[in-house]
Design a protein around this ligand. Structure first.
Ligand code: NAD
Length: 501
């Protein structure tokens, strides 16, 4: 469907105002003029309507392009067609609603028609960790390629948004050449760097858009696609497909290493009496280091870091260029989640048997309902195995978490979690946990211990509310013997009615 340049200009003006306010006009004017000359829309087929596919599709539609989003999950597409968003991502429902109404985005389970009209097909399917060897499982990628091949038309650009190992773009190209020797296809890598929870902002304000493509026709289509971002000075970086594919893994491994580094520094802070947040602020102020991803916690999780770190390790070993540093990051992170369960146990005096543990947050990070590789999936079952009763509350994650964390009692609020709990544990730093009435929480608990694995409180604040507080890298870690004694004293006093709550 062709759209004239005037419409596109209006859309772009609307887009800039809606997302960020207007941008300086002189630099933009020329680009608007060239867009008016350009005139056409870009017809996109997005295969995969998950966290990446759905957000990317909605943002491309917001740019003014025409998008068909295809998923083989019938239920997911039915929900989308009824106006329901199957994932929790702030702002996504309004963005989709607006673009559905404007007929710029539609949803389908049928690859054939969506692909037939598209000049650009994105692959945004999952690439989970392959069972047994930890390599990236490319089953969904090649299933999608096989499915689309018979229906491709004329010159089509195929772009992988999914995170795929080095060489995958060339493998896709080879497969398509075998299946459709008559066809002119260009395969490029366009890895996605958005983060769940701030995905729309990340997509529309990227640090860079990375495109691995050596074919000038493919580059031209991608240039046109990302023109709305180039307008606001987002760097559009063209490299080889191999460099783009590897850069995505290298970026995730580096960030995972940063998180793991500060976690180990946190342990050292506890041992020597320093405060990890003060240390992180001091080192993060150095432009060479940067302040992001320097928050100590229970170890990284999520849909990307764990699987991508493991896959990169496998790729490097296979290429006989092992990444010993990244291998250590993976090991330390796995051990950390286990150590955090031990920390909660120690905070309760050495045993969690028959103790009620109130858990605040189970998703791998706030502002998402994604449970993939969340630290809670290691910590909660370990505590259950040791005889603890778990009551939990998560603002968005309970639905997905229910099947992953059997035996947990799900609560409707943070206060509900605290009810008759021996200890309160902060596992995910949702904003709504930052301003809890700690005194009230303490009043309804049996115990008085707060284990804050995200450092959202200060020891002073927690103490004032009556808690014994354990943060990460800011306080001495729980000492089993000392704590046990203290708890026994409180329980004894309660038994004789000297303590009323
Ligand atoms: P997801 O599991 O949320 O979504 C994948 C979707 O693809 C699912 O809905 C699934 O039904 C669909 N699908 C699978 N095979 C299909 C097929 N043949 N045809 C149509 N649909 C099909 O995954 P995600 O989190 O969106 O991740 C997608 C890719 O993007 C992964 O490679 C991931 O590593 C990468 N990535 C993810 C993030 C993130 O924050 N989630 C960020 C950057 C990159």
């Amino acid at each position: 469907m062709a759209r004239d340049g005037h419409c596109l200009r209006i859309l772009l003006e609307f887009y800039f105002c809606a997302l960020d306010g207007p941008i300086p006009s002189p630099s933009v004017k020329g680009v608007f003029e060239s867009l008016e000359k350009l005139g056409d829309t870009v017809n996109i087929c997005m295969i995969g309507a998950g966290y990446v596919g759905l957000v990317s599709a909605a943002c491309f539609a917001e740019f003014g392009w025409t998008v068909t989003c295809v998923d083989k999950d019938v239920d997911r597409i039915e929900r989308l067609n009824r106006g329901r968003v199957p994932i929790y991502e702030p702002g996504l429902d309004e963005l989709l609603e607006r673009n559905v109404r404007a007929a710029r985005i539609r949803f389908s389970t049928v690859v054939s028609e969506a692909v037939r009209d598209a000049e650009l097909v994105f692959l945004a399917v999952g690439t989970p960790m392959r069972r047994g060897d930890g390599y990236a499982d490319l089953t969904y990628i090649f299933e999608a390629v096989d499915e689309m091949a018979p229906h491709l038309n004329a010159l089509t650009v195929i772009a992988t948004k999914s995170t795929v190992p080095v060489g995958t773009s060339r493998d896709i190209e080879r497969r398509l050449c075998e299946l459709r020797p008559d066809l002119d296809v260009v395969v490029c890598s366009n890895p996605e760097f958005l983060r769940e929870g701030s995905a729309i902002r990340d997509f529309t304000h990227p640090d860079r858009v990375l495109i691995g493509c050596e074919d000038e026709r493919g580059r031209e289509v991608m240039r046109r696609l990302y023109q709305p971002l180039a307008l606001r000075n987002a760097p559009i970086v063209f490299v080889s497909p191999e460099s783009a594919e590897l850069a995505k893994y290298a970026a995730n491994a580096f960030l995972a290493m940063k998180v793991t580094f500060i976690n180990e520094i946190a342990d050292l802070c506890e041992a020597v009496g320093a405060d990890v947040q003060e240390v992180a602020t001091a080192i993060g102020a150095d432009g060479r280091i940067g302040s992001k991803f320097l928050h100590a916690g229970p170890g990284y999780g999520g849909s990307c870091f764990p699987k991508d770190v493991t896959a990169l390790i496998r790729t490097a070993r296979e290429a006989r260029a092992p990444l010993s540093l990244v291998e250590q990051v993976e090991k330390v992170n796995t051990e950390r989640k286990i150590a955090m369960a031990g920390r909660i146990e120690a905070a309760l005096g050495g045993s969690v048997r028959e103790k009620t543990i109130g858990v605040l947050g189970v998703t791998f990070k706030p502002n998402t309902d994604d449970m993939r590789e969340a630290p809670s999936l290691v910590i909660v079952p370990m505590l259950q195995a040791k005889g603890a009763r778990i009551r939990a509350y998560d603002p968005q994650g309970a639905l997905r978490a229910q099947e992953l964390l059997p035996g947990v009692e799900w609560c409707e609020s943070a206060l509900d979690v605290a009810e008759r709990a021996d200890v309160l544990v902060v596992l995910t730093e949702w904003n709504e946990f930052r301003a809890l009435d700690l005194k009230r929480m303490h009043q309804v608990m049996i115990g008085n211990v707060l284990v804050d694995l995200r450092n959202i409180y200060t020891e002073a604040l927690a103490k004032e509310a009556g808690f014994v507080y354990y943060g990460v890298g800011r306080t001495r870690p729980p000492d089993v013997s000392r704590n046990h004694k203290k708890r026994m004293e409180i329980m004894a006093k309660r038994a004789v009615g000297q303590v009323t709550h």
